[in-house]
Design a binder for this molecule. Sequence first.
Ligand code: ADP
Ligand code: MG
Length: 262
Amino acid sequence: MACIVDISEMETIVFANHKGGTGKTTSCLNVAYALRERGHSVLLVDCDRQTNLTQSFAAKVPAGQHLGTVLLGQASLSDVVLEVGERLYLVPSSTDLGEAEERISQKPGAEFALKELLDEVEAVDYCLIDTPGGLGKLTYAALTAATAVFIPAQPEYYGIEGLVGLLDVCHQVQKRLNKALKIGGVFFTQYNRSDRRRAQRDMVQLLESHITFGSLVMQTTIRPNVSLVEAQIEKEDLYTWAPQSAGAKDYQNLTSEILARL
Ligand SMILES: Nc1ncnc2c1ncn2[C@@H]1O[C@H](COP(=O)(O)OP(=O)(O)O)[C@@H](O)[C@H]1O
Ligand SMILES: [Mg+2]
């Protein structure tokens, strides 16, 4: 990528939650589309060996040209970056990513591996990082490379302890690895504020009044919406596929709230 802007201007946002299925990939993808709608350029980084984000695009990943090979020093970032649309770029993942993660974990300072790579990136406004479930080395590396972390969560009553634990991890990263990390907020996915189901509503209220979480709970919630699933399967931009859908509106609102919280 050509050098145009000062790299310090790039915001690097990571979507993280150690639980699977909370909407990390869906959020990463659609916040990227919403940012692009606003004229920004976006680099997506898929840190999950399940490759869901990578598979959300039609682009073919050439053999051995993915984040894992870059982390191992066998390719450069510019070798593997795919242009997946106008102003939209992807560092793809691969099922081989786990092996790369294991190998870099054995080296000192593995948490800084991704930051070092992204420090080289120029000429994009936002970098969005999708992380896997669990709290492996690559998630720590993503938090170390980020300027902000946002946490998609489902309002399950018994999820609160997990969220407190995750927040603690973010604070440790802030203290030891990345002082610049901002804990941007927690937003609920597949949830409607007018939902009358008691357990979900109670969970949201509990978190909103929680001493540690209160100010972190975001106003925007992402409603259950089939267009989000369809657009991803069809490898289409949500704002082309279903611009009037609830999903498109919710992700526009989420993007505005994210930008306001940076
Ligand atoms: N708001 C939503 N409405 C309907 N389905 C959703 C929504 N958000 C996510 N999904 C679906 O739920 C599943 C898990 O979401 P995903 O973003 O892949 O979670 P994660 O990346 O955290 O594992 C996917 O099949 C996705 O299409
Ligand atoms: Mg995912």
